[in-house]
Design a protein around this ligand. Structure first.
Ligand code: DCS
Length: 539
């Protein structure tokens, strides 16, 4: 590497590190240090160090020559703790009695089917029929009728007709037109305002949508995007990859993680005073990792703020049906923008991975673009066309999500019952977990108004904090690693999402099956109380 580019890389690393520390985010070195708490990971690192590296000049692609912006990326949801959890899972397979627990409880990721949530039957029936279309042909249809309800058969036929009977063929780059029309209809019914298929783009999960929009917005390293702290790390990771600036604003933990307008003003004016070209504001509602849900009055203020300061709104609304309180119903940004007759530019995101559908692996999502310049829309089509199209089954699952069986259809009763059972159970689990965390000494936890997570705050004993720092590890990472080693519960340290410096949190999903909840909560309590007893014997 040339000296000048090496210097530039070092400067970029230093700037990134300063920002991470300031907003309580995990750094690459602390991730590595946390991983090295695991002996197996240390062994793996030692083994891989025998691979030729940049220093012996044999490899063209090395960590020093690769895209350095990818090197600075962090994504804690699948970081050091889950990697160690995978190792322990393997260990349990070969020697089931070698650990103080019988199974890994993966609370690090909002991946419901991994934790035994049953898929929605209608959705799978339609996709099965589409995948093996011979089931719909003259030779097999009689048998198929005995196994599948008539509306699933009709739906599969209709879906296949959208793609010229070729479920394995590329579709339009923005997604199948009829599915986009159904998405537009769903938005109209949800919000009571017009929506158009022309403004809908189907994507590979909401992740694909967020990345696409950030790709469009970042035109130079000086561009800044406002993101909440704590945030879902897709945002900081993508901004790091694009070599752009994250402009963080804090959510208010003491106020159920609501968004403070004065902190938005502060963050924006500080960044602009430093010369950052702040172009957009990300709002995650309902919140990940916080579970907070914004009131519509707050959304109007945010819209006004973005109008006034010329910011595009990125409304991440993937948890829009995961709402557990009557006090904070979900209100979409699109609805508020339409009510206010605002001309603010808005992208909103939705996904099949969340809600009660939980089809994370099918990778379906979409964005709706509102008030976006037509010439930009044409460029976005071009950008979409470079990756040809989102996958067909993901698109079809979006279609079922936005256009489920209706009253009177053969599958309606079962569909509604399945959705309701998952929802009621999630609501009970959200409450139980938040209450359990909140009742413990040295912990406080806001209730989850929405989403799939709680984000409790832990007051760690000073001696524990000092020991972690002496090891070069974030104290919350050490806490989570010790929790994993003692209980098999895998959660994500708060530093993976950002937090007020000096505070410590972790994020846990409330997705383990309800029947395992007693064990899950007991195991956690034993760990937490044991740690406190070791460090503060009086408790
Ligand atoms: N936006 C938010 C706020 C999310 O939480 C997620 C996924 C996404 C977008 C992307 O989802 P899809 O690409 O699957 O549509 N949440 C991750 C998480 O924190 N746990 O599970 C995955």
């Amino acid at each position: 590497m040339h000296c000048s580019s090496l210097a530039a890389t070092r400067a970029a690393f230093a700037a990134h590190h300063r920002y991470l520390v300031r907003y309580g985010l995990r750094t690459f070195s602390t991730t590595v240090a946390a991983m090295q708490l695991s002996s197996a990971a240390t062994a793996a690192a030692a083994a891989s160090s025998s691979t030729p590296s940049s220093s012996d000049g044999r490899k063209v692609l090395t960590v020093d020559t690769m895209n350095q912006h990818i090197r600075t990326m962090e994504y804690a949801v699948r970081g050091a703790i889950p990697i160690r959890a995978d190792e322990l899972r393997e260990q349990l397979k070969s020697s089931p009695n070698s650990l103080p627990f019988k199974q890994i409880t993966a609370c690090n990721i909002g991946n419901p089917q991994q934790l035994a949530q049953k898929p929605i039957t209608f959705l799978r029936q339609v996709s099965a029929l589409m995948e093996y279309a011979d089931l719909l042909g003259p030779e097999m249809i009689e048998t198929t009728r005995k196994l599948f309800p008539e509306d699933a058969i009709e739906r599969a036929r209709r879906n296949l007709s959208y793609v010229g009977n070729a479920a394995g063929a590329y579709t339009h780059s923005l997604g199948i037109h009829e599915v986009r029309q159904n998405v537009a209809r769903f938005i109209e019914e949800r919000d009571g305002f017009p929506a158009s298929a022309d403004n809908i783009c189907l994507t590979t999960g909401a992740s694909g949508a967020v990345e696409r929009v950030l790709d469009m917005l970042v035109s130079s390293p000086n561009v800044g995007i406002m993101i909440p702290i704590p945030q879902y790390p897709l945002y900081t990771a993508t901004l790091a990859r694009l070599n752009a600036q994250a402009v963080p604003y804090y959510l208010q933990e003491e106020n159920d993680w609501q968004l403070s307008m004065s902190d938005l003003e502060r963050a924006l004016s500080e960044a602009r005073a430093n010369g950052t070209d702040v172009r957009a504001l990300v709002v995650i509602n309902p919140g990940n990792p916080t579970g907070g849900c914004l009131l519509s009055s707050n959304i109007s203020e945010i819209v006004r703020f973005c109008e006034k300061h010329r910011l595009v709104i990125l409304a991440d609304e993937v948890y829009q049906t995961n709402i557990y309180t009557g006090t904070n119903p979900f209100v979409s940004f699109k609805q508020v923008v339409a009510q206010m007759q605002s001309e603010v530019e808005l992208f909103s995101f939705h996904s099949i991975s969340k809600g009660m559908i939980g089809e994370c692996g099918r990778r379906g999502g979409y964005y709706e673009a509102v008030n976006i310049d037509q010439a930009v829309m044409a460029q976005m089509l071009k950008l979409a066309s470079v990756s040809l199209c989102p996958n067909v089954q993901g698109q079809m699952a979006v279609d079922t999500m936005v256009n489920p069986p209706k009253k009177g259809d053969p599958s309606y009763a079962q569909y509604a019952a399945e959705i309701d059972a998952i929802f009621q159970s999630m609501r009970r689990r959200a409450k139980r977990l938040a209450t359990a965390f909140d009742s413990l000494p040295n912990m406080s936890c806001n209730s989850a108004q929405g989403a799939m997570y709680v984000f409790p705050r832990v007051t760690l004993p000073q001696q524990f904090v000092d020991e972690a720092r002496a090891k070069g590890v974030e104290p919350d990472s050490l806490y989570c690693m010790q929790m994993l080693e003692a209980t098999g519960i895998s959660v994500v340290p708060g530093s993976g999402f950002g937090q007020v410096p000096g505070t410590f949190h972790f994020r846990s999903t409330f997705l383990p099956p309800e029947e395992l909840f007693d064990d899950f909560i007991d195991g956690f309590k034993r760990f937490h109380m044991g740690l406190l007893a070791r460090y503060s014997p009086k408790i």
